[in-house]
Ligand binder design. Structure first.
Ligand SMILES: [Zn+2]
Length: 295
């Protein structure tokens, strides 16, 4: 794995995940760094760490943009090696400290076994509420909830933004329109906020580093609007949730698996929630079914 230099004190460990690295201070023979997210598991953390060691970096702080295990699965490795602490927002910190809750949030109850993968489950390890942290000089966070109940982006003194899962690359959007979103309303608001961010480089965790955040945020908004229109169109006649899931998959040409039913089915449910709460879908109760119909 290589470290890409994005600014005087800002780097990105450029592997399957784009882990942010920011020099906090120079010490005797090494640099103390903060890392933003930690990879999916111990093996990923070791690879990131190899690149850090080669550059003369030692980790003294972890910021987790949100609780998903692909962002915090490497925490334990870094904490054990460097004795550092991990911080995230309150709910995220609680989730990272108690991973059993995460797959249940995705499924909406006691989860099917397919969700217990390393995107949603990691061995728990303690994380702390970021409100207890005196933010190091040069770093600030910007709240961008929606993908999760809470999430933040991190801005460094070099005007580099690490955006977590706030946006995904245009290439990802091409083959995968049902990007994981927990709260559609908040995600649309956060994308509008991201569209207006001023900075030099913007780093989504899953790739697509860009200097033009406005264009990338707009592409994400446009796919979400396409999903909204599709669901409203499907619900021209009353449909129960499983019918909507099936029809969305058919129309996009995707193949349903139990994992996709759990995760992307949950995303479709989030769109239905959004449209129902806004009054654009009504719930028709009949024969012990709830069917959703365009208002
Ligand atoms: Zn995520």
């Amino acid at each position: 794995m290589e470290l890409i230099k994005l600014g005087e004190r800002t780097f990105c460990a450029d592997g399957p995940f784009k882990v942010g690295v920011y020099i906090l201070k120079e010490a005797d023979g090494y640099s103390e760094v903060c890392i933003i997210d930690t990879g999916v598991d111990e093996a990923a953390a070791r690879e990131i760490d190899e690149a850090l060691v080669k550059a003369g970096f030692r980790v003294s702080l972890i910021l987790n943009t949100h609780y998903h295990a692909d962002h915090s699965g490497g925490n334990r490795y870094f904490i054990e090696k460097y004795g550092c602490k991990a911080y995230s927002q309150k709910i995220n910190a609680a989730m990272i400290s108690n991973y059993d809750i995460c797959p249940s949030v995705v499924w909406g109850g006691n989860p099917v076994k397919e969700v217990l993968n390393n995107y949603f489950y990691a061995p728990p390890c303690e994380a702390y509420d970021i409100s207890e942290l005196e933010m190091p000089e040069g770093l600030s966070i910007i709240e961008i909830p929606g993908h999760c109940i809470e999430m933040f982006a991190v801005k460094t003194a070099d005007e580099v933004y690490f955006l977590g899962d706030g946006v995904v690359s245009v290439d990802t959007l091409k083959g995968h329109k049902l990007i994981y979103v927990y709260d559609i309303d908040k995600q649309l608001e956060s994308l509008e906020l991201m569209k207006g961010l001023k900075g030099k480089v913007f780093v989504p965790y899953h790739g697509g580093i860009t200097e033009d955040i406005s264009k990338l945020a707009e592409a994400n908004i446009s796919v979400m609007k396409e999903n909204i229109e599709l669901i409203l169109d499907i619900c021209t006649t009353p449909k129960c949730l499983d019918d909507i899931i099936s029809e969305v998959f058919d129309r996009y040409g995707y193949k349903l698996t139990m994992y996709k039913y759990a995760v992307e089915g949950g995303v479709i449910r989030a769109y239905v929630t959004y449209l129902y709460n806004k009054g654009e879908l009504v719930a028709v109760k009949e024969d012990n079914y709830i069917r959703w119909k365009k208002a």
